[in-house]
Ligand binder design. Structure first.
Ligand SMILES: Nc1ncnc2c1ncn2[C@@H]1O[C@H](COP(=O)(O)OP(=O)(O)OP(=O)(O)O)[C@@H](O)[C@H]1O
Length: 731
């Protein structure tokens, strides 16, 4: 027996040594290519900006000075990217394809091949077979999808374990885990002693059959979100790799990996459809800066540094916000009805002609009849083009009327004549009178500042009370330029600007996270900026906490401009252990949304409730509980109602405990205090939840906010309370 054992250890050692040698080779290649790339881009940038002579990297690329400078800027920033590309394990998986029998047939062109799979392709020479394939390459898909039941031509799959704090050098490779996916066929050189999971284990059914996957899922969380590229699960992989045509919506319970899927999908699309997506631009939209800070490192870790990540607010016109709306006005300004009111207000500027127009042409005068002019305006209105386009269309069609007359008189006129007629004062004056030039600021200020204008635009859409709530009372500006805009007014300005002309800024693909929380007007901001209507929409109706949060997906998707998007559920959770999820699922039952409950891949969660009487009791107990939690590994999040957050911070400070703000924690800072609303999308190993009844009672969406708070813990949830616990948490 012990002889067997030693032989196994020997085999494993030899196997590890071979894999480490491969890792060394990859590392050396990476170092070489990075250094060369750096050198090349810096040289190129130097040449272009005249700092260098010699090899002219930019010659023939940038003809003039301005574009040479732009290209130089680009190259320098590219050099910076190369420097910033994070180090890490060069590969995380290996696939050996079958070379005979049915497996060989299934393997097709990959028959008998061995591939390493990593975050990026590693190749010594463009014509040599790569040392490592990119995880997004089509063949890598088998790594995520192959199972013993459906091996997809894969004979053998290996996962690599790397020491978590290493930089991916050969010594950091510490473990191997092998699966033989084809029964009855020996795994060749697979080490007898490696950490083998049962051949029958399917990747889908039992992710935890792999210790490396389990370790990744169970690991204590510290710092920002990480990529999951080594452990993407089959149902997630399906979503990550679905094509860019049309749009997709993922309804996922808390911790099922929606955010992770969205970010990996972004990386996948950029890699697979570079022309369409990279050139068109990729936009990732998140709910707040804390969340964006938390997710900001994932795409760069996957090698994608050119993606814009922002909130909807960041896309709006940059006017300073100097006014505050009543809650009623805020809700109205976020509602879909407002879009209809604004459209009417804008097109109310268009007037039908009220008489003929005479156009002088040298000593002659052309005459345009009221009827034909009216037809021009009416037909243009009916076509519903963007306002600016409409204006130019009216001008062009009026000139065409002149052309017809001229043609009848003296044959076809020349191009020069047509251009002159287009600019003639009488004609421009006519265009200005029926289809005046407008600015969004003017339209919105005109609407909110004048009861009659508003009444006309809102007729049948808003009640009189609602109109009163919208009207500027004391703060009527003298001109639109001096208007004091509120945050919600910026939505109105963007809407009108979008009706006047398509926004210049638009994207080839947009990933929207926490999409359930967007108002119809916010959805429209994104719809306007999505060039091809290609969106990945991520959310959970049960976590809708804004006053306008969606209750069903079809309506929300329509506001986003993609009513045809398919809705796919994710229900397997990777964060909240089942012990904690049980309480959250009880609360879910009482929420007014119809979503499937989550089940968890994780167990071993600890739930404690601690009664601390007195209104300040729970706050008073926070410091002691946090201090105790700090005795264990991982991050600690203290979640409380917004009104209590300041007191909780003071209590911690008084006890010498430093606490950060979400998404902006300092290096090594393990404690974060966060209000229930901003906790969305975040996670902590240990959560101290302060006075849940107070969170649940915070407005109509309080229970949803509590649901968010209850689903942030990776391992332990401690509830401190004085007021009676919400029903789901009793017992
Ligand atoms: N396949 C996976 N392998 C390892 N970890 C995973 C996997 N999928 C998700 N996770 C981890 O589970 C946690 C939850 O993922 P994520 O934040 O993407 O979920 P979510 O559905 O967006 O949650 P929420 O609805 O609460 O915002 C993260 O720590 C993520 O890294």
């Amino acid at each position: 027996m012990s002889g067997d054992h030693t032989a196994q250890e020997e085999a494993l050692r030899a196997e590890l040594a071979a894999e480490r040698a491969h890792a060394d080779r990859c590392r050396a290649t990476l170092d070489r290519t990075n250094a060369a790339a750096q050198h090349r881009v810096l040289e190129g940038a130097g040449v272009l900006t005249g700092q260098h002579t010699g090899e002219a990297a930019g010659e023939g690329v940038a003809g003039d000075g301005a574009s040479a400078e732009a290209l130089g800027r680009y190259l320098r920033s590219r050099a910076k990217e190369v420097r910033e590309e994070p180090e890490g394990p060069p590969f995380f998986g290996r696939l050996d394809f079958s070379d005979g029998g049915r497996g060989g047939e299934e393997a097709g062109e990959h028959r008998g091949q061995r591939y390493y799979i990593g975050r990026r392709r590693v190749s010594e020479h463009p014509s040599a077979p790569p040392l490592v394939l990119d995880w997004r390459a089509p063949v890598s898909r088998a790594f995520y999808q192959a199972t013993a039941r459906e091996p997809r031509g894969v004979r053998f799959r290996r996962r690599f374990g790397w020491s978590p704090n290493g930089t991916g050098t050969a010594e950091d490779l510490t473990g191997l885990e092998d699966e033989r996916l084809e029964d009855g066929r020996p795994a060749g050189e697979g080490p007898a002693g490696s950490d083998e999971s049962p051949a029958g284990a399917s990747a889908a059914g039992s992710a935890l059959a792999s210790r490396i996957v389990a370790g990744e899922i169970e690991r204590p969380r510290v710092g920002p979100m990480r990529d999951i590229v080594a452990t993407i699960q089959p149902e997630q992989d399906d979503l990550v790799r679905s094509g860019p045509d049309g749009s997709m919506c993922v309804q996922g319970a808390p911790g099922t990996g929606k955010t992770a899927v969205g970010l990996h999908r972004a990386a996948y699309l950029l890699y697979t459809y570079p022309r369409r997506i990279e050139r068109g631009g990729m936009l990732v939209v998140g709910p707040n800066t804390a969340f964006l800070g938390y997710i900001s490192a994932v795409l760069p870790a996957l090698g994608e540094v050119g993606v814009r990540q922002c909130t909807v607010g960041d896309l709006l016109p940059g006017h300073p916000v100097r006014a505050e709306d009543s809650p009623e006005a805020v809700e109205l300004k976020h509602s879909a009805r407002m879009a209809a009111v604004l459209r009417r207000a804008l097109y109310a500027r268009v007037r039908l002609p009220d008489g003929p127009v005479a156009v002088p042409d040298g000593s002659y005068r052309w005459r345009l009849d009221e009827d034909e002019l009216r037809a021009v305006v009416e037909e243009t209105l009916a076509q519903q083009p963007p306002y600016e386009v409409g204006r130019e269309r009216v001008r062009a069609r009026t000139v065409a009327l002149l052309r017809d007359q001229a043609e009848r008189r003296a044959g076809p006129p020349g191009g020069e004549w047509l251009r002159r007629m287009g600019r003639v004062k009488a004609l421009s004056g006519f265009v200005d009178s029926v289809w005046p030039r407008v600015k969004a600021e003017e339209v919105v200020a005109g609407l909110l500042g004048d009861a009659r204008t508003l009444a006309e635009a809102a007729d049948g859409l808003l009640t009189e009370d609602e109109q009163r709530a919208l009207l500027w009372q004391g703060r009527r500006p003298r001109s639109p330029r001096t208007a004091h805009w509120s945050q919600a007014d910026l939505l109105l300005l963007d809407e009108v600007a979008g009706l006047i002309a398509h926004p210049e800024e638009s994207y080839g693909h947009v990933v929207v996270d926490e999409a359930q929380d967007l108002s119809p007007m916010q959805c429209r901001v994104l719809a306007r900026r999505s060039r091809f209507g290609s969106l990945t929409v991520l959310g959970d109706l049960a976590q809708g906490t804004t006053p306008w949060a969606a209750r069903d997906w079809p309506e929300q998707l329509a506001h986003l401009g993609v009513p045809e998007a398919t809705v796919a559920p994710l229900t397997t959770g990777f964060r909240v252990p089942s012990e904690l999820l049980a309480a959250a699922n009880r609360l879910l039952d009482s929420l007014p949304v119809d979503v499937p409950p989550a089940r968890s891949l994780r167990t071993g969660g600890e739930l404690r409730t601690l009664r601390v009487p007195g209104a300040d009791g729970p706050t008073g107990a926070v410091a002691e509980r946090v201090a105790a939690a700090l005795g264990r590994e991982g991050s600690v999040g203290v979640i409380a109602a917004g009104a209590r957050v300041a007191a909780v911070r003071r209590a911690l400070a008084a006890n010498g405990i430093a606490a950060g703000t979400p998404g902006a924690e300092q290096e090594g800072e393990r404690v974060t205090v966060v209000d229930a609303e901003s906790a969305k999308g975040l996670e902590y190993d240990h959560v101290v939840l302060v006075e849940p009844a107070e969170i649940a009672a915070g407005g109509p969406r309080g229970p949803q906010r509590l649901y968010v708070a209850l689903t942030r813990a990776v391992s332990r949830l401690e509830i401190l309370y004085a007021a009676e616990l919400p029903e789901a948490l009793r017992g």
